[in-house]
Write a protein that binds this ligand. Sequence first.
Ligand code: NAP
Length: 262
Amino acid sequence: MDLGIAGKWALVCAASKGLGKGCAAALVREGVNVVITARGEAALQATAAELRALNPAVQVLAVAGDITTPAGRAAALAACPQVDILVNNAGGPPPGDFRDWDREAWIKAIDANMLTPIELIKAVADGMAERGFGRIVNITSGAVKAPIDILGLSNGARSGLTGFVAGLARQAKLASRNVTINNLLPGAYDTDRLKATLSGAAAKTGQPLEAVAEARRQQSPARRFGSAEEFGAYCAFLCSVHAGFVVGQNLLTDGGAYPGTF
Ligand code: NAP
């Protein structure tokens, strides 16, 4: 299927590794020019080189910076000639117990996983509407549907984003102008973030890492972790011309781990 987005420009945040990188790679394969961001310059430049090799016909620009800061966002936006596609992503908050989280911990989580995507949407949505095309995908988490007890900061901050987006995506001045906003909710994907979470659990329980990883795989009917490539392909479809009627949805992709009918 031709996704119909070759030649468009995408800003893919937090994309030197993991799910963001998977999304950038899938878009680049479709002929989309991308601006990718991450804080660490070395990994970011290495990823940019990989993406250029995937499709030499597209432009790949790398902007090092913290997307959760005003300066990081301004630099990313300034580098993108026109944002047709926005993939919102940032690191997830640390696990822990709510008794240990002070106001600063909450503000940090809300900044990264709620206010940063909202600021970026604010910067690009009206321009998309004027041009009659826009695709915004927020990478959130399966924790929005089924909270994970130790990830309370994530459960809370991402639910705030989800509630806000549910209203915004349905504004006729966006949806009627072919601007869609949707959330992708990953379950367990094989990325550095997952490895860090599993290592933490192994250290806490004294179990071998592989035993913890296998137990986690068994939690989904697919009996495996997802790959960043398949996540990216789903994201690219949502960014395609064919997905213009998908508006304000929370799309879970977790190998069937969530046990509900809806
Ligand atoms: P990952 O493999 O650790 O990759 C995170 C990427 O984001 C890296 O490129 C990292 O580069 C960049 N990044 C982190 N903080 C940033 C910041 N403040 N500004 C700019 N770039 C930043 O993580 P992932 O597994 O892809 O996870 C992506 C998101 O999905 C996270 O919010 C995570 O909580 C969520 N999620 C993941 C899973 C899963 O199973 N993997 C499940 C549910 C939800 P630098 O560190 O160099 O900045």
